[in-house]
Ligand binder design. Structure first.
Ligand code: UT7
Length: 410
């Protein structure tokens, strides 16, 4: 399926203007894993390329806390006050809750008071799906600034006795800001695909509406992810090069013009196979799976943030992002890296405002909750016909009028 290749149709392009990532401090090495399951550092490195991964420690580190830190850094790089965000998209397979969405929690944590928010489930392809939605919204003019986050705490759904899966995954979050611009750059084409017939190959069997949590699902390990590694491997080595080629063509590029490919970081052998099939030298693929393992929807934005930090992206560079994952799904994006805006006093001021907005977000959230409590305490339960009920009706009508007046003024 083509998501879109109509960048610039409105004279609007969708540029990546901010980026950030966050991984937990705790590092789990292959040696440490070998002391809890029947595996070896040699097996893990030779079959996957992974040497260590980061995992959350304790209840205070969650998908939302990692996502909020990555999102905050992306806002600071972009110099974007959070109130200017129009949309927050969080791609995750390990959301904080089934609902509310993790994206709504991030919207609140960052003080993105004017933004809509939703979670997106497309497995490890989720970040590129989010980037595609964000760039379409920006190019169509329905949004000016969108925060896209890929965030996971896969260690929470990992069966630490299953050596087939537990050596592969890690936790982390990465984020980008997608903003409108008028120069031709940014997300020029995307490609999204799905083959649901392979849904059972990578699955979290219980905890959804089909098999709600019960004593039986817990004792059968239904809340741990299950994977047919060989089948997913075969699927990945076919779709990765295909998606990369297709999105490159849609952007009007040749594969030889691509300066850097940032693939989903699942297994270095999958990346090597894609490089070979595309006939692109491996040094044009960004690889950091050795230090993070597979962080699912977070892997591409974490890698992107590292690529920028290592100076591997320059204005005008042609960048391809490509991923695959549960669903089964796959996705690609062709991005022309934009010009960094010149640093001015205005940029510093906007960075300061971004920092202030994020700092005040906690107070804003607390005030909103307190206001709700005080209101309900004074007004009593809904539907009462006494003086409190009449007061509630008046206050509600006054609020509605004020909101409409403010909306009319915008
Ligand atoms: O983001 C998308 C998510 N998933 C993926 O991308 C995963 C894609 N698949 C893969 O990366 C690979 O298939 C794996 C890394 C999961 C497995 O590598 P493989 O080369 O396909 O190994 P295999 O599954 O064919 O297993 C080979 C052997 C088996 O033993 P037998 O049956 O040949 O005696 C496994 O039991 O390796 C054994 N094995 C292990 N041995 C030591 C499996 N896991 C381990 C382990 N340590 N951790």
């Amino acid at each position: 399926m083509t998501a879109h290749a109509n960048a610039g149709a409105n004279g609007r392009y969708a540029q990546i203007t901010g980026w950030g990532s966050c991984v937990p401090d705790k590092v789990l090495t292959n040696e440490a894993l070998a002391s809890i399951v029947d595996t070896t550092d040699e097996w893990i490195v030779s079959r996957t390329g992974i040497r260590e991964r980061h995992v959350v420690a304790g209840e205070r580190e969650t998908t939302a806390t990692l996502a909020a830190r990555a999102g905050r850094d992306a806002l600071l790089v972009a110099g974007l006050p959070p109130a200017e965000l129009d949309l927050v998209i969080v791609a995750t397979a390990t959301p904080e809750y089934a609902f509310p969405s993790t994206a709504s929690l991030i919207q609140d944590a960052l003080g993105a008071s004017s933004a809509g928010a939703f979670d997106l489930s497309a497995g490890c392809s989720g970040f590129i799906y989010g980037l595609s939605m964000a760039s379409a919204a920006v190019q169509s003019g329905s949004a000016d600034h969108v925060l896209v986050i890929g965030a996971e705490t896969l260690s929470r759904i990992t069966d630490w006795t299953d050596r087939n899966t537990c050596v592969l995954f890690g936790d982390g979050a990465g984020a980008v800001i997608v903003s409108a611009c008028t120069e031709r750059c940014g997300v020029l084409a995307t490609e999204l695909g799905s083959d649901g017939s392979g849904g059972d190959l990578l699955i979290l069997p219980a905890g959804g509406s089909r098999r709600p949590a019960s004593l039986e699902t817990v004792s059968n390990g239904g809340h741990y992810l299950k994977m047919n590694g060989r089948e997913v491997f075969r699927f990945a080595t076919t779709v990765m090069p295909r998606a990369a080629e297709s999105v490159t063509r849609k952007a009007g590029w040749e594969i030889a013009d691509v300066s850097l490919v940032i693939p989903h970081q699942a297994n270095v052998r999958i990346i090597e196979s894609a490089a070979k099939r595309l006939n692109v030298p491996l040094d044009r693929f960004f690889v950091n799976v050795d230090r993070y393992g597979n962080t699912s929807a977070a892997s591409i934005p974490i890698a992107l943030t590292e690529a920028v930090a290592q100076g591997r992206l320059h204005p005008g560079d042609k960048l391809v992002l490509v991923g695959f994952g549960a669903g089964l799904t796959w996705a690609g994006a062709a991005v022309e890296w934009g010009m960094p805006p010149p640093a001015t006093t205005r940029t510093s001021l906007r960075r300061f405002l971004a920092r202030l907005g994020i700092l005040l977000a906690g107070n804003r959230s607390w005030l909103r909750q307190s206001e709700r409590h005080v209101y309900n305490w004074i007004m009593g339960p809904v539907g009462k016909e006494d003086w409190r009920g009449r007061l509630r009706q008046r206050v509600d009508a006054w609020r509605d009028r004020t909101r409409r007046r403010l909306a009319g003024r915008k």
